[in-house]
Design a protein around this ligand. Structure first.
Ligand code: GLC
Ligand code: MG
Length: 535
């Protein structure tokens, strides 16, 4: 276990905040967020107490997957601004002692990327082998049964060259062939380009997809398929993802990162804990933070969460630093998932567990998924699978800054609609309201910044029942008890092994703050408390 005496780095002690650039702040009146917009809102993020800002892709892209289909890795999409705007953003982030994390999408490019244009131009083009081209089976069908996450076969037939290419996502997102050293070299150079500019790290898109089975074996059926899910889940991605050789690639990327001072790499990885932790790499020379999505995947249930937390803590390799995520641009927002009262409890959990918290823009306001009428759906996952409601647009709506028209996000029509209640749920109205979710987040963040016990201290589970979770965080002489009621009904916590006594530092019920605690602890429905224990 990491000892509290050792030096901790910014990405261990600090909080990471995800900005979805289309939706954070528009500066030029086109209804789409941009880099100047982000720069203009940095003071807010600083005020909130954020350390690292992760910005989803800002590079040239035909926008088939809203920037995750990149046609040039080393410049800025004009929609978001110019390279000068990027340089200014980076400068202003650093001037505020914050860090900038870019999204790196190494698994696939856009089909409009010059690499793919060359690759598809003929079978003997030198870049043919940069992508995954294969012959049809004798009957003309695709090389195997692999499915695309966005629906249908993952193989697309290319008429001119009479072969299929593989795309794990959109047909406009062909997968690169990471077994090819030229591809490795090219993408590591992309990393160096941005690291040389001074960016502080990367969030690496779909890291577990990067290498696929060389023999292209068929994926097996998923016996637990739930028809409400993506059709992609009908098969288990046994041969198309999480191949042993992926760790060699991650290690190469890590070596590049490590050749610069205090940079870092987050891996986007949706895998069970036992497989996820392998991405820390042998001797921790893999991803610094393989994203831990347990909190956004599990049912909101005390026992299930507590056992998942223990499993995760127990599975971490020595020296592997934990991290926690509540929402992102691909999943429903936390407030929509668990409701407003429990979203406060979730914030307390996120900000008091051991490890780096990442939260998603607007979650600190209790922003909800916004219903998007079918004719306004833009997300390819929604459009390609129209018979199921799987669009990710609802979680990608504009940041709600104030109660003016378009919520202060833009002066024009925003690219996705705002919810009806934005005049009430926004930064401006919440900033000065001590009862708001924003004030609650800020208070938790402040306490975390002040107290090493909460930031980097040891974690110990104390108690779980069908309603509540309790654990302690400790560093040096200081110790905190956190008790979270994950239900709407009141509950009691009767510590058997140790009589805790102390004072409530933060409660989801403001009135309770400052109240002494000893013996049996009772909580209201939806209450979470952080207790400063008497030493
Ligand atoms: C990641 C991104 C998601 C994107 C996909 C394909 O999962 O988070 O938004 O659609 O990769 O790039
Ligand atoms: Mg704009």
């Amino acid at each position: 276990m990491e000892k509290t005496t050792s030096k901790h780095l910014w990405w261990q002690e600090g909080i990471i905040y995800q900005v979805y650039p289309r939706s954070f702040q528009d500066s030029d009146g086109d209804g789409i967020g941009d880099l100047r917009g982000i720069t203009s809102r940095l003071d807010y993020l600083k005020w909130l107490g954020i350390k690292g800002i992760w910005v989803s892709p800002i590079f040239p892209s035909p926008m088939a997957d809203f920037g995750y289909d990149i046609s040039d890795y080393c410049t800025i999409h004009p929609l978001f601004g110019a390279m000068q705007d990027f340089d200014a953003l980076l400068h202003e982030v650093h001037a505020r002692d914050m860090k900038l994390i870019l999204d790196l999408v190494p698994n696939h490019t856009s089909d409009e990327h010059p690499w793919f244009q060359e690759s598809r131009s003929s079978r003997d083009n030198p870049k043919r082998n940069w992508y995954l081209w294969h012959d049809a089976k004798p009957d003309g069908s695709p090389p195997n049964n692999w499915l695309s996450v966005f629906g249908g076969s993952a193989w697309e037939w290319d008429e001119p060259t009479q072969q299929y290419y593989y795309h794990a996502f959109h047909t406009k997102q062909p997968d690169l062939n990471w077994r090819n050293p030229e591809v490795q070299h090219a993408m590591l150079n992309v990393m160096r380009f941005w690291l040389d500019k001074g960016v502080d790290g990367f969030r690496v898109d779909v890291m577990w997809h990067m290498i696929k089975d060389e023999q292209l074996r068929d994926n097996p059926a998923n016996p637990n398929y739930n028809p409400l899910e993506l059709p992609y889940r009908q098969l288990l991605p046994t041969y198309s993802t999480d191949q042993p050789e992926v760790h060699d690639i991650v290690k190469m990327m890590r070596q590049v990162t490590d050749s610069y001072h205090e940079r870092m790499m987050i891996g986007e990885i949706y895998l069970p804990v036992s497989k996820l932790v392998a991405y820390y790499g042998a001797d921790n020379k893999g991803a610094h933070l393989p994203f831990n999505f347990l909190l956004l995947a599990l049912p909101w249930d005390a026992q299930q969460l507590a056992s998942a937390i223990s499993e995760y803590e127990g599975a971490l390799p020595p020296g592997g630093w934990p991290n926690w995520v509540l929402s992102n641009h691909d999943k429903p927002r936390i407030t929509s998932r668990v409701g407003k009262s429990q979203a406060n409890v979730a914030a307390m959990l996120l900000l008091t567990l051991r490890g780096t918290p990442t939260f998603y823009y607007g979650d600190e306001l209790g922003m909800r998924d916004v219903p998007i009428p079918p004719e306004e759906v833009q997300d390819p996952q929604g459009l390609n699978i129209p018979d199921k409601y799987l669009s990710r647009d609802p979680a990608r709506t504009p940041m709600q800054w104030d109660d003016s028209d378009h919520a202060g996000f833009t002066v024009a029509k925003p690219w996705l609609r705002l919810p009806e209640n934005f005049r009430k749920v926004n930064v401006k109205t919440q900033q000065d309201d001590p009862y708001s979710m924003l004030s609650f987040y800020r208070k938790l963040i402040r306490l975390r910044q002040e107290e090493p016990a909460l930031r980097i201290g040891d974690y110990a589970p104390v108690y779980t029942d069908s309603q509540a979770i309790a654990y302690t965080r400790e560093a040096g002489e200081k110790r905190f008890l956190i008790v979270l009621n994950l239900t709407h009904r009141p509950c009691y916590f009767n510590p058997e092994h140790e009589a805790f006594s102390g004072t409530i530092a933060i409660s989801t019920y403001l009135e309770r703050e400052g109240t002494p605690i000893s013996g049996t602890i009772s909580l209201s429905g939806d209450e979470g408390i952080v207790v400063r224990l008497a030493s």
